[in-house]
Design a protein. Sequence first.
Length: 393
Amino acid sequence: MRIGRWARWVLAAAPLMLAGCGDFWQNPYTGNSSCTTNCPTTGSGNFYVVDEGTNQIAGYNIASGGTLTALSGSPYALAAKPLSFAIAPGGSFLYVGTAAGIYAYTVDSTTGAITVANNGSVISTDLASTLQMDPSGSWLVDGGPDLAAIYAISIDSGTGLLASNTEQHFNLPAATVQQLNISSDGNYVFVAMGANGTAVIPFNSGDADPFGSTYTHIPVKGNGGSALSVAIDPQTRVFYVGETLATTGNDPGGLRVFNYASLTSTLTELSGSPYASQGLQPAAILPDSTGAYVYVANGLGTGTAGNVAEFTLTTSSTAVSGLTAGSTVAVGTEPSGLAEDSTNTYLLAVASGGNPDLSAFSFDTTTLGKLDSVLTASTGTDPVTASAIVAAP
């Protein structure tokens, strides 16, 4: 799925007019609050959606009771087709990977509005379809399906711009990067590489070259399967890999779970893993802020609504021994991203196939881990192809 979208990005990468031109403006959103019970009494933090089809960023927050509100100046027009998103740990800087390279934006601490930095020029020409900033705020790490490596860009945490013009890189076995993520302790970069499985690369933000010299390779579980997504427990007890064809049945997507500490010895997969992800394509994985639950956004084909499936972690002392599958909620077709807002009140999902583009849920106060629908919305004049979402910390 991601490789198909990348092909469309490359074909559409011809030069575009600069951001701010009226021709690119689209209606910010049309949406409906669907909250009827357990409606949250807390508003959300700010969050941002990449609208690949309209070359825009849409910024929002949710008011108490479930009203979606566009941030000042939103939607923000882009100079090129957007591919990926990352936000600095303190929330002061936003980075957007596009068909022209990576742009840096400053974030207004009061309004959440974003302004392009570096005089409107890219800080890197990397075609990054996946992008993350390490916890120290010192390195921006990127990759893409046409790149047989991942790259680390040195960032000045005070300005959000380049600290060095020299990028570091780590070579991968194939040009099939689907998604990358960095552990909260900053010690590893996890890379889902499609049919080539998953790579776990040691990382040290204090080194001039932060990448280690070797990596741990995790082959896919099922014949013909593909590793699409990676995530790490916030308490670094386990890490997750979402793969196609990892289980059996009509929806053979799988959520694999590994012991994080075993990366320093012999890698151990939890008993019971892979767990049926409840769909075909586990495109995004989101552990909640407590680490007690993990959510998986599943695609079920281009003509069928996707879902978000909930899993509860079974723990003993500080160790995770397994997962228990819970309920699912419907989202748009081909879900592409998940985020939890800064108040830890809302789970947010975007779907590149739309219908709807954006879904917001609150965490049920009676059945822990369960999601309650708060609202659904379009993030522009459809089809917008809402391909990524990031929440301000």
